[in-house]
Design a protein around this ligand. Structure first.
Ligand code: 5RP
Ligand code: FE2
Length: 228
């Protein structure tokens, strides 16, 4: 498969109606989402709890395209097999969450799934060059992980640019996660990102009864990205 460098909008299911996750996945895809971003929080690595692989597996048949799993859990090695079996296309881990980042990334890829590395706002790029052959995606966290609806941390912008410079034309996605809104989408894409995760900015004002609002919100993010 050729590497897709075009802009992708990935709604974060964290801001969806948790009583209707399958329908919410279908709704955002029908309204123009490229990927669906699935935030897994364990109440230990981050101070919030969402769901595990059982719920992700239940969502899978409702996602036609890419299921992008963001693992905010302690000891991700314990859970990778379950999320592979759940049908994840990408599994992204945090380097602080386990002792052997390189091995964990390799085990994701060995299972036939694309491997991502998420960098918290306070995490630098030290050692990243030694992982480039083993990753398909770098997720620049532009909020501290754990909650939706937080404000974008501006230091993410020079970090995205530094990562873009480091990876050059390697087939690695740069995803940005947290506080993405139409007003900052242009600067984020100009800095070098190609995947915009957005929870509040996509689900705001909409519902399963009014899914066209999701479509308008996604279109506003694309327009903001193009204007940058
Ligand atoms: O990983 C996350 C938080 O840890 C979410 O993906 C992120 O916060 C998206 O939500 P919002 O767009 O509302 O900031
Ligand atoms: Fe996320």
């Amino acid at each position: 498969m050729t590497f897709d460098r075009r802009l992708k909008i990935a709604p974060s299911i964290l801001s969806a109606d948790f009583a209707a996750l399958g329908a919410e996945c279908r709704a955002v895809e029908e309204q123009g989402a490229d990927w669906v971003h699935v935030d897994v929080m364990d109440g230990a690595f981050v101070p919030n709890l969402t769901f595990g692989a059982v719920a992700a597996k239940a969502m899978r048949p409702h996602i036609r395209g890419v299921m992008d799993v963001h693992l905010m859990v302690a000891r991700p090695d314990d859970w990778i097999a379950d999320f592979v079996a759940a049908g994840a296309d990408f599994i992204t881990i945090h380097p602080e969450s386990g002792p052997h980042t390189h091995r964990t990334l390799q085990s994701i890829r060995k299972a036939g799934v694309k491997a991502g590395l998420a960098l918290n706002p306070g995490t630098g790029l030290d050692g990243l060059e030694w992982l480039l052959d083993d990753i398909d995606l770098i997720c620049v966290m532009s909020v501290n992980p754990g909650f939706g609806g937080q404000s974008f941390i501006p230091s993410a912008l020079p970090k995205i640019a530094a990562i873009r410079n480091l990876i050059a034309d390697r087939p690695i996605h740069i995803e940005v996660d947290g506080g993405v809104v139409p007003q900052n989408a242009g600067a984020i894409v100009a800095a070098g990102a190609d995947v915009l995760v957005a929870g509040s900015a996509v689900f705001k004002g909409g519902s399963l009864a009014a899914p066209d609002v999701y479509g308008r919100n996604i279109a506003a993010l694309r327009a903001g990205a193009a204007a940058g």
